[in-house]
Design a binder for this molecule. Sequence first.
Ligand SMILES: CC(C)(COP(=O)(O)OP(=O)(O)OC[C@H]1O[C@@H](n2cnc3c(N)ncnc32)[C@H](O)[C@@H]1OP(=O)(O)O)[C@@H](O)C(=O)NCCC(=O)NCCS
Length: 153
Amino acid sequence: MTYHARCSDGRGQSVELVLKQDICDEDLEGMKEVYQSAGWLKHSTDVIGQVFDASNVKVIVQSGDRIIGFGRAMSDGVFNAAIYDIVVHEEWQNRGIARRILGHLLDRLKGVSCVHLISTTGNEEFYMKCGFRKVKTGMARYVRAEQRDEYLE
Ligand SMILES: CC(C)(COP(=O)(O)OP(=O)(O)OC[C@H]1O[C@@H](n2cnc3c(N)ncnc32)[C@H](O)[C@@H]1OP(=O)(O)O)[C@@H](O)C(=O)NCCC(=O)NCCS
């Protein structure tokens, strides 16, 4: 399914965005560029394909042929869903695109009792602005020491 939306081009004009719910192999290279622009350098096209294939709710945003952002979620459809990898190309940030991606995912997750996520450091305020709150009993386990140091109490 494909949807249309608009956002600012950064110079006061409005540009059309296309939101796609399905991702194909041809999208993977463009998605990798978006990850790289955000400093996520370990995401190869194989890894991107794997994690998006495993996600049952996803959206990719394009301006013309260019991929400029995306997000994904894994949901059991009833009790729990987890949102991951909301990423907007750095040239397209601060134009409401991530809010639109999150809104699209939440719309498709409506009815699910709990939607949770772990914000990357420094982006907590974005999720707070979109209605998320800290979890009193949230816990996580990380394999890599640097992520343990960054994210765990
Ligand atoms: C975080 C990220 C997705 C935000 O994308 P964006 O398209 O620039 O966000 P939006 O323009 O939709 O922002 C919506 C609102 O959140 C605010 N916001 C966005 N990022 C913010 C941040 N890091 N800190 C505080 N506020 C932030 C915006 O100012 C805006 O506020 P407003 O509605 O009052 O004007 C983007 O910076 C990004 O891709 N970062 C790198 C990848 C990443 O870490 N993603 C999070 C994964 S958990």
